[in-house]
Design a protein around this ligand. Structure first.
Ligand code: TEU
Ligand code: CA
Length: 555
């Protein structure tokens, strides 16, 4: 398997709105990120994935772009971006941009022209269809953010498609002019010296020509079979690779909702000339009671089976991206660990061990390295995310599900859990802003913050720092083959990694119970590479403490 920098990298995702506010308006910005680069350097990460910073009306917090080649007012200026890029590169940190080209904002010039008349030259940059005879939308598809996926436009008496909010019209990728403009914009950013792209819902850019009603689950029809992994998606990515990506030493990761291991071998195959890796979502989906909304964790055996399948089926064929959370997911320690005070730190370290010892490039979401937790929502007024606001209305406001039933589900899974301000210290607003933050700071910031944790060698922060350093020193963590052990255990997630004659044994207790394990004979007495409780592992039969994790190394 050929070695590359992005296979050996640890990537840190920054959600700029919530990372650091430098001018007291309560909104994170580019200068704030630049001011915090030394923190990231100290943590030891190699790459920053920067969620969108382009001009946007912020209907979906920047994932609705009105100008791809200018910076959002609230985040600063292009000069601020250039300074961030230069300073990051000085410190040996690369910057990967968030490419959102399945859709634009409805305030993008292209859409303003497209909707102005049926024969405008930009008309076919988007997906317009006549309504049905009774004036209802062209089909029954539902938008990810609630309501129909079609918005009626009076000017031209037609509907346009928006798989997300009505202010996020889908681009028509079958139009070669759309592809040409997108590729030119990507080249413009690559020429500025950025180090790659995370590609937003890139598996949705090709739609089928026919757009029939979808299977109804809930209030609307499913657009999946017609808009995800569509007929030309690989052709368009190969064209993108040939015209842009192949010309630069950059990293690309596709956000491919709905991807399977088979499809991933095509999207991110070693020799398919598309992308370097993809985000798969099989381990963070499928738990829903009301759409995606749930308050339940899935059985550990399901998580192990899913992650193991990705480890083994991609090995040597495509590259894995590894994550527990991002700006769309609840906080890892609240969802997969145990955020009760007595277990928060030890379970956060256990989760970090479990993920960072796997094959693939690990992603850390801002605050995960501190063991930041979900937010204690009490009122729908506290939500800022269009997805949560609309979902509460659609499920509860309509009376479909009683508040007391739905509330635990939406507060457990809401994307706003990940979007509360980064907790820098125990001063007002956790040191995130000197003003009023756009979204409330988690009240636990006094105990959970970067200042306290960087000063405490036993903190979650220092545990992540050690894992990142170990990845640099141990190629087996990057390139070793993976094999699951104890497949049927509902308590322990155990696996080995093998690279030539070197082996690692990774054992993680996912429960709050003392749990017995028999260590494979070949590992008894072997050196411990890392553990979250610093116990001794020199006997064959041992009891693991709640959330205990350790790694033994046999050279
Ligand atoms: O997310 C794609 C997506 O499907 C999300 O809706 C996500 O899967 C879901 O919220 C999980 O609960 C991307 C971006 O990451 C997200 O922030 C944007 O809202 C979305 O695309 C539209 O750009
Ligand atoms: Ca600001």
């Amino acid at each position: 398997m050929n070695r590359t920098w992005w296979k050996e990298a640890v990537i840190y995702q920054i959600y700029p709105r919530s990372f650091m506010d430098s001018n007291g308006d309560g909104i994170g910005d580019l200068k704030g990120i630049t001011d915090r680069l030394d923190y990231l350097k100290y943590l030891g990460i190699d790459v920053i994935w920067l969620s969108p910073v382009y001009k946007s009306p912020n209907d979906d917090n920047g994932y609705d772009i009105s100008d791809y080649q200018d910076i959002m007012e609230e985040f600063g200026t292009m000069a601020d971006f250039d300074e961030l890029l230069a300073k990051a590169h000085e410190k040996g940190i690369k910057i990967v941009m968030d490419l959102v080209v399945n859709h634009t904002s409805d305030e993008h010039q292209w859409f303003i022209k497209s909707k102005s008349s049926k024969n405008n030259e930009y008309r076919d940059y988007y997906i317009w269809r006549e309504g049905k005879a009774d004036k209802t939308p062209p089909n029954n598809w539902g938008s990810c953010f609630g309501g129909s996926a079609w918005e009626y436009d009076e000017t031209t008496d037609m509907y346009y498609l928006h798989l997300f909010s009505r202010k996020q019209p889908d681009l028509n990728w079958d139009n070669p002019e759309v592809r040409r403009n997108v590729f030119n914009m990507m080249t413009w950013w690559c020429e500025k010296g950025i180090d790659g792209f995370r590609m937003d819902v890139i598996s949705m850019i090709s739609k089928t020509a026919e757009m029939p009603d979808g299977e109804v689950n809930g209030l609307y029809g499913d657009y999946g079979p017609y808009c995800v992994h569509g007929p030309n998606v690989h052709r368009y990515l190969q064209e993108m690779n040939e015209k842009v990506l192949s010309k630069y030493d950059i990293m690309t990761v596709g956000e491919t909702a709905g991807v399977t291991t088979e499809l991933a071998k095509q999207y991110a195959g070693e020799n398919t000339n598309e992308l370097n890796m993809v985000f798969q979502f099989e381990h963070v989906e499928g738990d829903g009671k009301y759409g995606k909304w749930t308050d339940e964790q899935l059985p550990l055996t399901r998580l192990k089976k899913t992650l193991s399948r990705w480890q083994t089926e991609l090995y040597g064929k495509a590259w894995n991206s590894l994550f527990w959370n991002n700006h769309d997911q609840p906080r890892a320690v609240s969802r997969f660990g145990d955020d009760r005070p007595q277990y928060r730190e030890v379970s956060a370290k256990m989760l970090a061990t479990c993920l960072h010892m796997m094959q693939g490039s690990p992603y850390i979401y801002q605050g995960e390295e501190l063991g930041m937790t979900n937010y204690p929502f009490h009122d729908p007024e506290e939500f800022r995310d269009i997805e949560s606001i609309n979902a509460y209305k659609e499920w509860c406001g309509s009376g479909r599900v009683p508040h007391e039933t739905f509330w635990p589900c939406i507060t457990f899974k809401s994307r706003d859990n990940a979007r509360t301000p980064m907790q820098w210290d125990d001063s007002a607003q956790a040191g995130f802003t000197t003003g009023i933050p756009w979204i409330a700071v988690n009240p636990n910031y006094r105990e959970i913050n970067a200042k306290a944790e960087t000063a405490d060698p036993a903190s979650v922060f220092h545990y992540y720092k050690k894992l990142i350093a170990l990845r640099k020193q141990n190629p087996i963590m990057v390139y070793g083959n993976y094999e699951l052990l104890l497949e049927d255990s509902e308590e322990l997630f155990a696996y080995t990694r093998t690279l030539e004659q070197e082996k690692l044994l990774v054992v993680c207790n996912f429960t709050d119970k003392k749990t017995a394990i028999t260590i494979p004979a070949e590992f008894v007495g072997m050196p411990c590479l890392i553990s979250n409780l610093d116990n001794r592992y020199d006997k064959q039969d041992i009891f693991l403490e709640p959330y205990e994790a350790f790694v033994l190394q046999k050279k």
